[in-house]
Design a protein around this ligand. Structure first.
Ligand code: G1P
Length: 296
């Protein structure tokens, strides 16, 4: 029997301490990347993959996120009166994008705990988890491929990417075996943020997961792990090594453009790369970047 449509879950309840004071009264997911908040890219990625139902797990300062995906009648009327159709379309776009729902995490007890908060909304649908620190270039679709693999294999699917060994301790890391498909691997082990010398490979989990509802039962009993937090990686490790009744865990190896916005340096790099690539901003920026770099 075909399964129910995919939903999307976007955890956005972190404290964002690396960006203080910008994140004192605003969630880090609302930080602008060029001219859109980071979380809008992620919602757009889900809708581009055909997902309409989006649940955002919110923490403090939730109103900014809720308002962003809601309509703004006053602003819309003003722009309509001025005949500024371009800006009006931009304002309306974020409220028309998807059916956006919110649930609160309360205490931030880890990514696994945040995902568990989605249980009653997700019900028995399969779902994608998208983390806002990783932005995937819309020209290199990843989520569609992951959803297709979920359907094909009846298994949990995670996105993996080769990273520099010096960075591996920042990620969940997978031990893998090849499959008949060049871009897909079977995951045999998962470790959350290992030391470089203990990492089973240089394949890191980037923040995209396609999961079945069976993961919730596992998350319910997952004990706090790395950093004293309930880790999604630990629940998936149980699925990969034979727990649960799913078909194991597979990784889609991503070789496209990914922008990390998790710390300040990477966030600035992401803005520079995305702006330089845009038709409306690139022509003015690219010559200036060259000049600026020569002066360094
Ligand atoms: C989370 C996950 C980690 C994953 C990473 C991807 O860590 O726990 O397994 O590799 O996202 O961005 P965080 O970056 O939230 O500490």
């Amino acid at each position: 029997m075909p399964h129910k449509p995919f939903k999307a879950v976007i955890p956005a309840a972190g404290l964002g301490t690396r960006f203080l004071p910008a994140t004192k009264a605003m969630p880090k997911e609302m930080l602008p990347v060029v001219d859109k908040p980071a979380i809008q890219y992620v919602v757009e990625e889900a809708t581009a993959a055909g997902i309409q139902d989006v649940l955002i797990i919110i923490g403090r300062n939730k109103n900014n996120i809720a308002n962003h995906f809601d309509s703004m009648p006053e602003l819309e009327t003003k722009l309509r009166e001025k005949g500024d159709h371009d800006k009006l379309a931009k304002v309306e776009h974020s409220s028309d994008l998807a059916d956006v729902h919110m649930v609160r995490q309360g205490e931030p007890k880890g990514l696994g705990h945040a995902v568990l908060r989605a249980r009653s909304h997700v019900g028995d649908h399969p779902f994608a988890v998208l983390l806002g620190d990783d932005l995937i270039d819309e020209r290199d679709p990843l989520l569609e491929k992951m959803m297709a693999e979920y359907d094909k294999r009846g298994a949990t699917i995670i996105a993996l990417m080769e990273v520099d060994p010096a960075q591996i301790h920042l990620y969940g890391v997978a031990a893998v075996e090849p499959t008949e498909d060049d871009g897909v691997v079977k995951v045999t082990q998962l470790v959350e943020k290992p030391k470089a010398e203990d990492a089973p490979s240089n394949l890191a989990i980037i923040g995209r997961y396609v999961l079945g509802p069976d993961v919730f039962d596992i998350l319910e009993r997952t004990e706090p792990g790395k950093g004293g937090e309930i880790q999604l990686t630990d629940a998936l490790e149980e699925l990969a090594t034979g727990g649960g009744d799913g078909g194991g865990v597979y990784g889609v190896v991503f070789r496209g453009r990914r922008y990390d916005t998790g710390d300040r340096v990477d966030y600035i790099k992401a803005i520079v790369q995305l702006a330089a690539d845009r038709d409306d901003l690139g022509p003015a920026l690219r010559p200036w970047f060259k000049e600026f770099a020569q002066g360094l």
